[in-house]
Ligand binder design. Structure first.
Ligand SMILES: NC(=O)c1ccc[n+]([C@@H]2O[C@H](COP(=O)([O-])OP(=O)(O)OC[C@H]3O[C@@H](n4cnc5c(N)ncnc54)[C@H](OP(=O)(O)O)[C@@H]3O)[C@@H](O)[C@H]2O)c1
Length: 215
């Protein structure tokens, strides 16, 4: 059975793991504090298990980095060779905290975290930007609606696109590609015009085309 590694079990990784297991996908969970990954895996049952970051990546065909951008950069630098041949899914935004604990943009205006992460990967990795296009509460509560809510993704890679579409559907959403990595900036925050709204497929297609009708 195909397995997806979810690195990080916080606001994004936790609900994502829950949705994927609910959709019949097998997941392997890792966190900084492994006991948090173990607790969630125990709760989710036989389709979930916990592992170290390195073992989780090794045992999976797809890896979702549900951690902050700076942590993704650290983990890719450390584990690049393990990512060769894997589908790498990145929900990150170019956000961090300043010395006063205020959230700040960490990349120059117009530069996406997707472009930074994609450029760090080994050439055999299959990169997609996905699962970060809603805020965490929307991701947690928006699955399995009728009609289904859209999760946007961006990739230059057909293998990544096929896997991400499967995972988005399993998680209870409708996939819609916005374009290649160059378009990732549209689904990131701050600034992305497609970030942070629950839309059905028709609404999402109109928004991608720039023809969104405001209520
Ligand atoms: N929150 C949102 O609304 C939202 C929306 C869209 C996109 N995103 C993006 O999604 C990503 C995750 O955000 P989040 O809100 O889920 O963050 P979060 O709640 O702070 O969770 C971060 C997770 O990363 C884990 N982690 C930290 N360092 C690690 C390491 N070295 N190795 C393995 N795991 C590590 C933490 O482990 P522990 O559990 O052990 O602390 C935690 O589970 C970010 O890039 C963010 O920009 C967030």
């Amino acid at each position: 059975m195909l397995t997806t590694a979810i690195i990080g079990v916080g606001n994004i990784g936790g609900p994502l793991a829950r949705h994927l297991v609910g959709g019949g996908e097998s997941v392997v969970l890792a966190a900084k504090d492994q006991s948090r990954a173990e607790a969630l895996a125990d709760e989710l049952g036989p389709l979930a298990r916990a592992a170290s970051v390195e073992d989780a990546i090794t045992g999976a065909e797809a890896v979702v980095f549900a951690v902050w951008l700076d942590t993704i950069k650290e983990l890719i630098a450390k584990d690049a060779s393990l990512l060769d041949g894997k589908v790498v899914v990145d929900p990150s935004n170019p956000l961090g905290f300043d010395g006063n604990g205020q959230m700040i943009r960490t990349l120059p205006e117009g530069q996406s975290s997707g472009s930074v992460v994609a450029a760090m990967l080994p050439s055999g990795a299959h990169y997609a930007k996905a699962f970060g296009t809603l805020v965490a509460d929307q991701l947690a509560s928006g699955a399995n609606r009728e009609p289904r809510a859209v999760l946007f993704y961006a990739t230059d890679d057909d293998t990544a696109g096929t896997t991400v579409e499967r995972l988005i559907r399993a998680a209870g959403f409708e996939p819609l590609k916005v374009g290649g990595v160059a378009d990732a900036v549209r689904i990131e925050v701050p600034g992305g015009d497609l970030h942070g709204a629950l839309r059905d497929l028709d609404e999402a297609r109109a928004a991608v085309a720039g023809a969104e009708v405001s209520a």
